[in-house]
Write a protein that binds this ligand. Structure first.
Ligand code: NAP
Length: 307
């Protein structure tokens, strides 16, 4: 079956993103074919498109970007029993800048009642990464967690998951985003010069664990604040992680936490306690514009594309 997509045939600026058409095979064992209603734009989409990741994750070109979606199931492959055609689902997949996409049924969940497609598409990547990071940090009730980049897509969910575990949370954000972080229930401070002192002021008893979602050269300060690189984890800074003896969690492997993450966001939504901001919803044809906006930074939430 043919589908309209946005693809790039060479690495480069957002201008390499162009409309195209590709084949979507019939779903294989454990797979489903989805009519995509919304897909989220993630920083990794930009790193892959620019070629910045080409040495670690070489792509077969042309490549259709996109890692998360919300939509309705059109067809199911052999062995898929819990999802049926017509069901509205959200989750992780590949090549989601498309009208139709294939996904593993195990990386999908039913969209909870009252959540629309753009809201649902803003959650899977960030929720999986946030959940995995807190698991790998071993965050427990009563501990104090510092999150660098607490107002971002991943940070916003990490704050909520950590508070739900009974941790105390301090989040760093730009000045305009401090109220977003405090509205979530965390203490907040601006990032930049003097950060370690400000954090000590907010947590005189010390910080137990630190999660870096910013990738902004914060690991040295983080090791100093916890006194132990084993209490720090980054999702965004693999090179500095090696230099500081800090764990980098790349995702995409056997440690995948999609099922737990989707269950958790659904439960928070059902209790009316879930927040994930959306900066903008754009037609899929404006994917290049979306990438330029993400590259410019300082967004108030995720950008969602709708085919
Ligand atoms: N390893 C994995 O499995 C995995 C999974 C998902 C995402 N990631 C990575 O995690 C990172 C965050 O993803 P995201 O979707 O949350 O991106 P995002 O929504 O752009 O969030 C990044 C946040 O960091 C803030 N920030 C910028 N400079 C900072 C600094 N010096 N200190 C503290 N915060 C700072 C930004 O604030 P302002 O814009 O206001 O400056 C923004 O709120 C990306 O690098 C992404 O590739 C990794």
């Amino acid at each position: 079956m043919r589908t309209d997509v946005i693809a790039f045939a060479q690495y480069g600026t957002p201008d390499v993103l162009e409309p195209a058409a590709t084949d979507v095979p019939d779903p294989g064992p454990g797979q489903v074919r989805i009519r995509v209603r919304a897909t989220g734009v993630n920083p990794l989409d930009l790193k892959l498109r620019s070629g910045a990741m080409a040495a670690f994750m070489p792509l077969e070109l042309p490549h259709v970007p996109g890692l998360e979606l919300a939509g309705t199931i059109e067809a199911t492959g052999p062995g898929v029993r819990h999802l049926v055609p017509g069901a509205a689902v959200f989750g992780l997949a590949s090549h989601t800048y498309a009208a139709l996409a294939l996904a593993d049924a195990g990386k999908l969940a039913l969209i909870p009642q009252g959540m629309d497609f753009p809201q649902a598409a803003a959650l899977p990547v960030a929720a999986e990464a946030a959940w995995r990071a807190l698991e790998e940090l071993g965050l427990c009730a009563g501990q104090t967690l510092l999150i660098h980049g607490a107002a971002g897509g991943v940070g916003t969910l990490a704050v909520q998951f950590a508070l739900a575990r009974g941790a105390r949370v301090i989040g760093t954000a730009s000045a305009t985003d401090l109220s977003h972080v405090t509205d979530l229930g965390a203490a907040a401070t601006t990032y930049g010069t003097g950060l370690a002192e400000r954090v000590r002021g907010l947590a005189p008893g010390g910080v137990d664990k630190i999660l870096d979602t910013s990738g902004a050269d914060v690991l040295g300060d983080s090791v100093e604040l916890t006194g132990n690189p084993g209490r720090v984890l980054t999702l965004a800074d693999p090179v500095a992680a090696q230099a500081h003896g800090v764990r980098f969690s790349p995702g995409g492997g056997a440690d995948d936490r999609t099922a737990d993450a989707l269950t958790t966001v659904s439960a928070l939504h059902d209790k009316a306690r879930l927040t994930q901001r959306i900066h903008q919803v754009l037609p899929l044809a404006q994917a290049a514009e979306a990438h330029r906006t993400v590259e410019a930074g300082h967004l108030n939430g995720k950008i969602i594309l709708t085919p």
